[in-house]
Every structure is written in C-alpha cells, then in structure tokens.
Design a protein around this ligand. Structure first.
Ligand SMILES: [Zn+2]
Length: 305
C-alpha cells in the first residue's frame, strides 16, 4: 500500500520506525501572511529543523515522522518538503484544524470545507495523508464542527485522524462519541496526549472503544519514565497493537523569531526521548522487541489498512 509523504508516494512498509505526532514548525497564519519570508525565513528555519530530524535518523534510525500541524497552526507543505529532502526523513503531513475561532470555518458549510480538504488530499501537488482535530475544553460547537468536517473527509479518503485531547478533562471519550455520531470506525482514531493523565483505567477505556492512543509529550524529565511505566503496563495487558509513541515536539516555533535572528526552539535531541529514555525503560522491564517494533513500525500499517 502506498502512502503520500511530502516528497511523494512511498510504500507503507518502507516507512520504518515512525514518531506519530511531531511538529517541524508551528506558526501563526496571520503573521506568515503579513511578514513571510522575513517571518520564518526558510533559509534560516530549514537548517535548524532539518538538523533535528537528521539527528534522530542518524542516531536512532527513525525514518518517518507524522507532522501533526494543522492549517490553524501554520502548516507549510513546501517547507515540510524541503525539510524532508534536507534531512532524509519521510514526513507525512496533516490537514485539519486546531481549537480556535476561524471565521471561514464557522461560516462555510462543513461540506464546503470538507471538499477543499478532500481535493488537496487527492489532487494537491503535495498531499497531506493524516487528519488533525483538537478537543481541549469540554467539546464546544467549534470543535464539534471540526469533527463533522473531518468525518466527511474520512468517509471520502479513509485517512486516519490524530485527535488532540485534554486527558485531565477526559475529552478523549467526547472525541470518540462525536466521531461515532458519523459512524467513523474507532480504529481510524488516535487519541493524542491521553497518557498525560497517567490514568490507566481511562486509557484502557479508550482502547476498549477500539481507538489507538498515543504516549507522547515526552520530555527529558521524570514524567517520561512515568509515561513509560504506563506504556509498559498497557503492553503487559496486551495493548501493544494499539499504542504509538511521539514527543509532540516543536522543532521551531515562530514566536522565538526576531527581525534579525532565528532561534532554535528546542535542543537538537528534542525528538530522541523515545529512544533515549522510553525504549531502554521498556527493555529493562521485560518488554519484547516484538512489542516495541509493533508500536514503532507495524501499528502505522494497521492504522492505514
Ligand atoms: Zn501537537
């Protein structure tokens, strides 16, 4: 099966170890429109972010990232393509929306917005192959509208969605309920950030509904070991086939920008916590290479089936 990356179609078995939710660059669309290319000058940004991807490829053999940046956070397909070429890492781009108050999205019909997204997925010169929504507060009308739009897109394209959730408020369950209204299969949904709560029961509830979960927002502090502990327990209970790992790392964020300089937002090893901390912990705690390979490599293939 072929998947669209920002550099073209790749057989899904070639994608290798994959981080399911990262951001090459996050940016304000308003500032980009007004000030690009002085704002986020590609000549300055691309080497910075490419260095961070090269690092995980060379040190840890990470072959692919899913860039989870939706339209409302300044997704830039041309830039992603150049970063992929420069770093040698496959990038799967996303389309969709974050929380917010996009005037056009509120006024246009869900069918109209979905048509634009579907057209880009099918006919764009650079094609996104992943969807993104977010339910941060208890589900509001805007976020429900985004899920309605993405449900239309999923029916037309069969693409999976990474849903940003707020585990403290258990919005993962609301996300699944909302997609269920449109008969979207739960095995096309990844509930993002759900491991942040360290709440085993809540995560199992999501998994029992048929969704995937992502153990992400991994940083170089004690919280990553706690999340690794949660992952180990889920794997022991037989859920390795429903987990993904990622950092939700932002390689470069535009508010660090100034008129004359670009500052790297994250250290060069920002996207290496999975390999430096989580995987060693899992191995020390008796988790098999087969389970690790399933999470890093195989689950992406199942998700796209
Ligand atoms: Zn994110």
């Amino acid at each position: 099966m072929k998947i669209n990356t920002v550099t073209g179609q790749v057989d899904i078995t070639e994608l290798g170890a994959t981080l399911i939710h990262e951001h090459v660059i996050c940016s304000s669309p308003e500032f980009m429109q007004a000030f690009h290319p002085r704002w986020n000058d590609p000549a300055k940004v691309i080497p910075i972010v490419a260095e961070r991807l090269k690092y995980i490829k060379e040190k840890h053999d990470v072959k692919t990232i899913v860039d989870g940046t939706p339209l409302s956070l300044g997704r830039d397909l041309d830039l992603l393509k150049r970063v992929s070429e420069e770093s040698g890492v496959y990038i799967i781009a996303s389309t969709g929306f974050y929380t917010g108050n996009c005037f056009t999205l509120c006024k246009a019909s869900p069918e109209c917005v979905a048509d634009w997204l579907i057209d880009e997925i099918n006919n764009g010169s650079i094609k996104p192959a992943f969807l993104k929504c977010a339910v941060e507060t208890p589900l509001d009308g805007y976020q429900a509208r985004v899920i309605h739009i993405l449900s239309l897109v999923m029916k037309a394209t069969n693409l999976p969605v990474f849903a940003h959730s707020n585990p403290g408020r258990k919005t993962g369950l609301q996300i699944l309920d909302e997609f269920a209204k449109y008969d979207i299969p739960m095995n096309k949904i990844i509930v993002g950030h759900s491991a942040d709560s360290l709440d085993l029961e809540y995560n199992i509830e999501l998994l029992n509904r048929g969704a995937y979960i992502s153990v992400d927002r991994l940083f170089r502090d004690a919280s990553s070991l706690k999340k690794a502990g949660l992952a180990a327990e889920l794997i022991r209970q037989g859920w390795a086939n429903k987990l993904f790992f990622a950092h939700d790392g932002i390689c470069y964020q535009d508010y660090m920008n100034s008129k004359t300089e670009v500052y790297a937002h994250e250290p060069v090893d920002r996207l290496a916590v999975v390999h430096d901390t989580v995987l060693p912990f899992l191995r020390e705690n008796g988790i098999s290479e087969e389970s690790i390979n399933m999470i890093l490599v195989k689950n992406l293939q199942t998700l796209f089936e």
